[in-house]
Design a protein around this ligand. Structure first.
Ligand code: FPP
Length: 273
């Protein structure tokens, strides 16, 4: 029996959705949104026009993810490096764009049952932006569907540094370092993403083959999908294509797949087993 198509998907999205197994959706998709500048350059427009066009891509991607029931979507909107290395005018523009996006989008996030979260060093962002962020998070806190996490002023290495500091602080308040036990779960609980499962799929637009300091711990076993599409051209349809590709892959987590195990088994004599 064919799975029921979620409401709100357009004709092309429906076509791809029908090829998917709804039982095997990635629980968490992370996206490195890249190519806004190149999109603008190709049109002889200023870079900021690419960022402005990128908002429509965010809207479409977020809505499609929520419609098909992806549990978590994390968008790399603004890295710590962006903040330090781009001209002030571009950074100011991105801050205004984010503020406007948050104000305009809260009703749609609520209609789609999406809860908003953030990762990154928020305290270093302008105060008015922090206030808007807190307001938007608060306004969607009751939602129980997709968790949309925006990475803002984010760096994976800074996140790890903050996690180590946080573990050291916790130890000094709980009997000192001789009681400190560190394992992978402990580290996970001290990361910014403690509210999320690790991503199953990471998408990068604009054809670049880098992780760019994004979720370095959490992406350990993620499937990587790179598309040449520039971020402002990316839509829900492209997200579904990425999910279709993800479902074709076989995930092994460092183990052996069924076939390989079978072949290996055949080759072993009883004494070897
Ligand atoms: C990368 O393109 C994109 C960014 C640094 C900013 C991302 C911002 C948006 C998509 C718009 C707003 C987002 C939200 C959440 C409201 P680039 O400038 O590095 O492109 P290039 O590599 O082609 O120069």
């Amino acid at each position: 029996m064919q799975a029921r198509v979620p409401a709100g998907l357009d004709r092309k999205e429906t076509e791809i959705y029908r090829q998917l197994d709804p039982e095997r959706l990635p629980r968490h998709i992370a996206i490195i949104m890249d190519g806004n500048g190149r999109w603008a350059k190709r049109r002889h427009m200023p870079r900021v026009a690419g960022h402005r066009a990128g908002v429509a891509a965010v809207r479409s991607t977020v809505e499609t993810a929520a419609r098909i029931g992806v549990g978590a979507l994390t968008l790399y909107a603004f890295s710590e490096e962006n903040w330090k290395k781009r001209p002030k005018s571009e950074v100011d523009f991105l801050m205004r764009l984010l503020s406007r996006y948050l104000k305009a989008e809260v009703p749609t996030l609520n209609e789609n049952n999406i809860r908003l979260e953030y990762i990154g060093r928020q305290h270093e962002l302008p105060e008015d932006v922090q206030e808007r962020m807190a307001w938007a998070r608060q306004s969607t806190a009751h939602n129980t569907g997709t968790v949309l996490t925006l990475a803002l002023n984010y760096s994976a290495r800074s996140e790890l540094v903050d996690a180590f500091r946080s573990m050291a602080n916790a130890a000094s308040q709980n009997g000192g370092f001789e009681h400190l036990r560190i394992d992978e779960d402990t580290v996970g609980r001290h990361l910014y993403t403690s509210h999320l499962p690790d991503p199953d799929l990471v998408v990068r637009t604009s054809g670049e083959m880098r992780l760019s300091n994004f979720l370095l711990w959490q992406l350990a076993y993620a499937e990587i999908y790179v598309t040449p599409t520039l971020w402002p051209d990316f839509r829900g349809l492209h997200l579904l294509e990425a999910v279709a590709e993800y479902q074709k892959r076989e995930r092994r987590y460092g183990g052996l797949n069924g076939d390989a195990r079978g072949r290996l088994g055949d080759g072993l004599g009883k004494a070897d087993k």
